[in-house]
Design a binder for this molecule. Structure first.
Ligand SMILES: Cc1cc2nc3c(=O)[nH]c(=O)nc-3n(C[C@H](O)[C@H](O)[C@H](O)COP(=O)(O)OP(=O)(O)OC[C@H]3O[C@@H](n4cnc5c(N)ncnc54)[C@H](O)[C@@H]3O)c2cc1C
Length: 472
């Protein structure tokens, strides 16, 4: 089944939301949209977006400030965006790699940031437990493989960066033999093993959070698209049928979709990301692959690859590669050619799976900031709070970002305000058509570099330029 995203209009069409991703299909929650916003409503904090960012923000605002009035406007249903479509890695990796963190912000901030990320991974599991919902949270760890000798320097460099930041022991280098004992993929030359990460069923997490927010008194309006975002002394969010006025803050928690609002057009870039999913593997197939601990698996390719083992015994494989469209158009996240290559690549990793059926595939958008650094900010003058720009590493980062933002809005610092995201102002993306030309050039360059590495050929002549243009 190719699960293409679509926008729905009537509650009777609710089952189609289930077709958005395997996760929403199997989340065991009723996806009938909640009531729409109608008329004028006043609350303390009004949030745009019912994904992890919006829901975590609402959760911490309400949990730590009983009596506060918080409402969320979601254009479809909670979890319809990236939060209900992702790879399920609740990763301890901050959107900037350890090496870049150290270089750009210094060893002390780098160390504290990584520590905060480890804590965020645990906090996600803790909230699931405290709130009594099962998001299939499993502390599986991550195994970053070097596939082919050319990828070995990348895991060695990453390990050196972790050592520099004081986390060398938490991120262990494995040789080819030890890595292959963990997972029998082809071409394994080594791995970086990071045990302190988890995997989740993202739709169970996002839908569980929505119910937790409601239990704490929050109100969620669904199928309520914000058409205007109005800062000011009494800021407000407008929809076609109503207006949500806020006493304290309006919050932009729409990640990639924010690019469709005039205010955020060049703040982020919507990057499509694809996922293909196999049927459940047989016990014999699992025996041939190993991968008993179900770590998040990936390698060092430029186009990004990640594998997740689902609790019902399937393999989820995610990668990027769908072309960026001019003016950040978000109508075409799907790319059949990329999906075909992905299905073939999965079998290259695991030849024993030749002929396996792929039951689901879908795409979603992640928000990429110009410097790969997320933003968390609150301006008391305009009363605008913002959190976005996770560049594909948002499952855990949204949690920490929301905790900090909730504290900023209510004047209760969390002690985490050292995070590079706090008050960050990423440079704007270039105006079109320069943005389109640059992004497509880098996407094409990455594909050519990966193809050359796979074939054992020298890197393309323009590889240094591509690397420079795509530098974090
Ligand atoms: C295919 C894919 C795989 C990924 N894999 C991983 C992974 O394994 N690990 C990881 O850490 N991260 C991953 N990510 C990234 C991660 O999913 C995101 O960073 C995270 O979900 C962002 O949460 P969010 O709430 O900020 O955004 P979203 O989940 O996108 O939520 C934004 C919400 O705002 C709503 N909205 C938008 N515009 C409006 C409007 N005008 N009015 C009202 N509502 C609006 C949308 O419908 C949406 O529900 C992946 C992303 C994708 C797409």
């Amino acid at each position: 089944m190719n699960m293409r995203p679509q926008t729905l209009t009537a509650a009777s069409e609710a089952p189609a939301y289930r077709d958005t991703s395997y996760w929403l299909e199997t989340c065991q929650d009723d996806l009938t949209p909640r009531a729409q916003l109608k008329g004028q409503v006043t609350v303390d904090v009004a949030i745009l977006g019912g994904g992890f960012s919006g829901l975590w923000t609402a959760y911490y605002l309400l949990r730590d400030n009983p009596g506060l009035q918080v409402a969320i406007l979601e254009k479809d249903v909670c979890g319809y965006g990236a939060s209900g479509r992702n790879g399920g890695w609740c990763s301890s990796r901050y959107p900037l790699d350890a090496g870049t963190l150290a270089k750009r912000y210094g060893v002390e901030i780098g160390h504290k940031t990584l520590q905060a990320m480890y804590d965020a991974v645990e906090e996600v599991g803790r909230v699931c437990q405290q709130e009594g919902f099962d998001a299939e949270y499993r502390q599986t760890g991550i195994l970053s493989l070097a596939r082919g000798k050319a990828q070995v320097p990348a895991i060695q460099a990453a390990h050196r960066a972790y050592e520099r930041l004081g986390f060398g022991e938490q991120n262990r280098l494995l040789g080819a033999e030890e890595a292959s004992e963990k997972v029998r993929a082809t071409q394994v030359e080594g791995a970086l093993h990071s045990p302190r990460s988890a995997t989740v069923h993202p739709a169970k997490l996002v839908r569980g959070l929505a119910h937790a927010v409601e239990r704490l008194g929050g109100v969620i309006y669904e199928q309520s698209s914000v058409t205007a975002f109005e800062p000011g002394a009494t800021p407000r969010l407008h929809t076609d049928n109503g207006v949500l006025i806020a006493r304290k803050a309006i919050v932009a928690a729409g990640e990639a979709y924010l690019t469709q609002q005039p205010r955020y057009r060049r703040t982020l870039l919507p990057m499509s990301s694809l996922i293909v999913l196999t049927q459940p593997l047989s016990p014999a197939q699992w025996a041939s692959i190993g991968w008993a601990d179900g770590e998040g698996l990936g390698s060092q390719v430029n186009m990004v690859d990640y594998f997740t083992k689902t609790t019902d015994g399937r393999i989820l494989y995610g990668s990027r590669g769908a072309p960026y469209h001019m003016h950040s158009n978000m109508d075409q996240p799907w790319d059949a050619a990329t999906a075909k290559t992905m299905r073939e690549t999965l079998v290259e990793w695991f030849p024993a799976l030749d002929g396996i059926a792929f039951t689901h595939s879908w795409a979603g958008y992640l928000g990429v900031s110009r410097d790969w650094t997320p933003t968390i900010s609150f301006d008391p003058q305009s009363k605008v709070g913002q959190l976005f720009g996770y560049t594909g590493r948002g499952v855990s980062t949204t949690n920490i970002s929301a905790r900090i933002l909730a504290g900023m809005i209510t004047g209760k610092p969390t002690g985490l305000e050292f995070l590079p995201s706090v008050g960050n102002r990423s440079p704007q993306w270039e105006p079109e058509p320069a943005r389109w030309l640059g992004v497509r050039y880098v996407q094409d360059g990455f594909a050519r570099m990966d193809a050359a590495a796979k074939a054992g050929d020298p890197a393309p002549l323009d590889a240094p330029l591509v690397r420079q243009l795509s530098k974090q």
